[in-house]
Design a protein around this ligand. Structure first.
Ligand code: SAM
Length: 176
């Protein structure tokens, strides 16, 4: 069981990034993060979309916006470890085993432009391969490796039974 896992998404642009930032939030929730911090534009609609997934499929992802992500990150690193996902970093699989699961971890993912400071504030700059691709893919692979067991959401209204061909969805409200 890991201590708190937070995802910090830098540079969100409300008009341009809603889909990719929503996917970051969905990956954060599904792969076991507890908090999702948005920097850049405020976006309540995006937070409501994430909330409605949790209302149906369970779990609790706390969402917040920060006006000052560098200040937020510096504050976080007083008691926690921050890792920055970047194609310029060190191979993540080499570093993950050394990360403590006993203290809070913040995973920083960039947007269009990542401020230089991020590279210095974070304890590790980690690459998910040294090719440019997607923050969503990088986050999913990192969390899968760090958290290992995907969370089970005991409070879910809808739950999916694995099925080799069709769709099996259990609705708690219909079975009561
Ligand atoms: N041009 C930006 C910059 O200033 O570095 C990066 C843009 S990239 C589309 C957005 C984010 O995806 C990056 O900040 C990083 O978090 C993530 N990313 C993309 N490729 C990655 C890789 N190979 N390894 C880790 N993270 C990656």
């Amino acid at each position: 069981m890991c201590a708190e896992v937070v995802v910090l998404r830098l540079g969100h642009r409300k008009g341009r990034d809603p889909r990719i930032t929503t996917h970051l939030g969905l990956v954060a929730r599904a792969f076991g993060a507890n908090r999702f911090i948005l920097a850049g534009d405020e976006d309540d609609e995006l937070f409501s979309g994430l909330q409605s997934v949790s209302e149906s499929f369970g779990g609790r992802l706390l969402t917040e916006h920060t006006e000052k992500p560098m200040k937020w990150l510096k504050e976080f690193t007083k008691n926690g470890t921050a890792v920055h996902l970047t194609m310029y970093g060190l191979p993540f699989r080499q570093v993950v085993p050394s990360l403590s699961t006993d203290q809070p971890l913040c995973v920083v993912v960039g947007g269009a432009k990542v401020p230089r400071q991020v590279y210095d504030i974070c304890r590790h700059n980690l690459a998910v391969g040294n090719q440019p691709h997607s923050e969503v893919a990088a986050l999913a692979l990192f969390l899968d490796s760090f958290i290992e067991d995907v969370p089970q959401f005991a409070d879910a209204r809808l739950s999916i039974e694995p099925n080799a061909r069709g769709k099996s969805v259990l609705d708690r409200d219909e079975s009561e």
